[in-house]
Design a protein around this ligand. Structure first.
Ligand SMILES: Cc1cc2nc3c(=O)[nH]c(=O)nc-3n(C[C@H](O)[C@H](O)[C@H](O)COP(=O)(O)OP(=O)(O)OC[C@H]3O[C@@H](n4cnc5c(N)ncnc54)[C@H](O)[C@@H]3O)c2cc1C
Length: 353
């Protein structure tokens, strides 16, 4: 285990914001994780587990304890079959998009629509990442974790992870308990790509031959690139944590109230069914119809010029500025539409909601 001190966290996040970590370790093995946790306990240091830093807003004062970055790598295709599917064991520190590319090259379906999402493999179960009609929970067979409660390594099956919309036990009931070491995926060999999402269908309109996995991956990356949702050197719109707000899931009564408010303005709310007797509403629509459109600027922060839900660092932004804009958006949306938007990124070293 290699212990470093006062390591800048800004450079380790896609937002490029945040102060230093008092202590920092990159763990490349289970032994590193065990030693690091023991060190933090012996010094009574608060531990924060870092993946690819793509879903974080780190406080300007940084993290007073120890940051453990998962650096466990490796993608292994196992000879084991799981209900006719091929199992891949992937280290938590692997790049997620590298794994997707690997799966597509191996002609295995199940994660192609999740192409271009930044961050690590270990970060994906935490909020059950999803995009373009797929969620990672659909292909996760199990998650191997280090349990901070008793120091044991456990393998949690998908059901035990309690996956929901942008949620799992890792960011709700068992938050901070487990360090994800490895994720096991069951992918369909020779499977067809999932082409259900409107943007994807539109992209392939007029094509006579059904696109394959590789073409679908490229299409997803192309569409994401057009929205500033692909991390690209020199693209100011990708200096963000992705979507800053979750799509609110409303009860039928809350949805009727929202529809009433929209009808009074001669508008109709984009929404679709979710859970039983609930509706998921477009957070982007709510933000835009509250006066925050693409390209909106406030000091060093603003809204992406190509995606209403992405708060971006326009250069030299502080976490305090991001929080101020977040609060303004939440307040305005609540005043006008009666809906409280919930942030998607994790706040590190500060209380916010
Ligand atoms: C441009 C852009 C586009 C994005 N698009 C999408 C999208 O389409 N869909 C989507 O769902 N998300 C999207 N995101 C958000 C983000 O990429 C995902 O949530 C990603 O899975 C986060 O992984 P990470 O490794 O970067 O985690 P981090 O940001 O490092 O951490 C996020 C949380 O996970 C925890 N964590 C990370 N690794 C581990 C581990 N090994 N063990 C335990 N806990 C861990 C951290 O403690 C923290 O609580 C986007 C972000 C950006 C910047």
């Amino acid at each position: 285990m290699q212990l470093q001190e006062n390591v800048s966290l800004a450079a380790l996040t896609t937002f490029k914001i945040g102060g230093p970590a008092r202590f920092f370790v990159e763990a490349r093995s289970l032994a590193d994780v065990q030693q690091t946790v023991a060190f933090a306990q012996s010094r009574n240091l608060q531990l924060f587990v870092l993946g690819g830093g793509s879903n974080l807003l780190v406080s300007d004062s940084g993290w007073p304890g120890l940051v453990l970055k998962l650096g466990i790598s490796g993608i292994e295709r196992t000879p084991v079959e799981h209900e006719g599917k091929i199992l891949f064991e992937v280290g938590a520190g692997e790049s997620w998009d590298r794994f997707v590319s690997h799966a597509v090259v191996a002609h295995c379906a199940g994660v192609e629509c999740l192409s271009g999402i930044p961050g690590s493999v270990g970060g994906t179960p935490v909020q059950n990442v999803g995009a373009y009609g797929q969620e990672v929970s659909e292909t996760i067979a199990s998650v191997v974790v280090f349990d901070r409660k008793d120091g044991q390594v456990r393998e949690l099956c998908a059901e035990a992870c309690g996956f929901g919309y942008r949620s799992s036990i890792f960011n709700t009931t068992e938050r901070e308990r487990f360090i994800i070491l490895r994720v096991n995926f069951a992918l369909q060999p020779g499977g067809e790509p999932r082409l259900e999402y409107a943007d994807l269908k539109r992209h392939f309109e007029g094509h006579e031959v059904r696109p394959n996995l590789a073409e679908t991956r490229e299409a997803v990356r192309y569409i994401r690139g057009g929205k500033g949702m692909l991390i690209m050197e020199g693209d100011p719109d990708s200096c963000s944590a992705g979507s800053f707000f979750k799509n609110p899931v409303l009860t039928e009564a809350e949805h009727r109230d929202l529809e009433g408010r929209a009808a009074a303005k001669a508008l109709s709310v984009p929404s679709y069914p979710a859970l039983t007797q609930h509706r998921k509403v477009s957070a982007a629509w709510l933000v835009e119809k509250s006066g925050f459109s693409r390209g909106y600027s406030a000091g060093h922060v603003g809204i992406s010029t190509r995606h209403t839900l992405a708060i971006v660092n326009r250069g030299g932004a502080t976490a305090a500025e991001v929080l101020e804009l977040k609060d303004q958006i939440q307040q305005r949306v609540e005043e006008i539409w009666g809906v409280r938007l919930e942030p998607e990124p994790v706040f590190v070293g500060m209380e916010a909601g």
